[in-house]
Design a protein around this ligand. Structure first.
Ligand SMILES: [Mg+2]
Length: 240
């Protein structure tokens, strides 16, 4: 059975019930809560200029690079492929990534990146229902803070029972580590939770932890293979 068939079988009303019935909603950040990938790309390019690199990631290149999760890992992957003779040390990569993170914060503050449709209502309504909310992402805590303190609210952290970021675990998505860490911290079983993701890597990570996944298609990953997802929607409007 393919994903489209599943989407048809799981009609909007039952999908809304399915979301409301979960004890815990575990949210991905980039692409799921907000379309941040374009801003990440611009921040990487700004960091390359500042560091004196002649690297430039256009949209097409970045889309391919997103198959590698984690900013530092993405820098290494690009360097290895494009410039095989050059090997950046871990400290060089870390420095470049810190510069990128600074530019990301600046760009987020300038552009006031908004939450995707339906996200604010979902968070508000799930809190009113007494559901537990958590974040499972491969991005850094500082990137989440930059985004959500602007797009959601200054005390965004109070809305979530736990936040597991990329640097909290050994392996980033598609490994299940961030999701397993959320389950361990909260003490819930995988089947009591529902993950909301936008990419095949995210789907794989949550599924490997045994957690059902709702996909909210995003700009950069809309053509991914979402086989195995509970449902696939274009956004979260009217699902909260
Ligand atoms: Mg994502």
């Amino acid at each position: 059975m393919n994903v489209e068939t599943l989407s048809v079988l799981l009609r909007p009303r039952s999908l809304k019930d399915r979301i409301a019935d979960a004890a815990v909603l575990i949210l991905d950040v980039d692409g799921t809560l907000a379309e941040t990938e374009g801003i990440h790309r611009r921040a990487f390019n700004a960091a390359f200029i500042e560091a004196g690199f002649d690297w430039y990631w256009d949209q097409r290149t970045y889309k391919k690079l997103l198959r590698t999760t984690g900013g530092k890992e993405r820098i290494q992957a690009f360097g290895r492929t494009r410039y095989p003779g050059i090997c950046l040390s871990d400290s060089e990569v870390a420095k470049l990534h810190r510069t990128k993170t600074r530019h990301y914060g600046r760009l987020i503050a300038q552009h006031t990146c908004r939450l995707r449709p339906g996200v604010a209502a979902l968070i508000r309504n799930s809190r009113a229902r007494g559901q537990t909310l958590a974040i499972a992402t491969t991005t850094t805590y500082s990137n989440i803070d930059e985004l959500l303190s602007v797009a959601l609210e200054a005390n965004w952290c109070d809305l979530f029972a736990t936040v597991v970021a990329g640097d909290d675990v050994a392996r980033k998505k598609p490994a299940p580590d961030v999701y397993l860490e959320v389950l361990a911290r909260l003490g819930y079983g995988a089947s009591e939770c529902l993950a909301i993701e936008d990419s095949a890597n995210g789907l794989k990570a949550a599924s490997s932890a045994g957690i059902p996944v709702l996909i909210s298609r995003s700009e950069y990953f809309r053509d991914d293979d979402f086989s195995g997802a509970l449902a696939v929607v274009d956004d979260l409007t009217e699902l909260g």
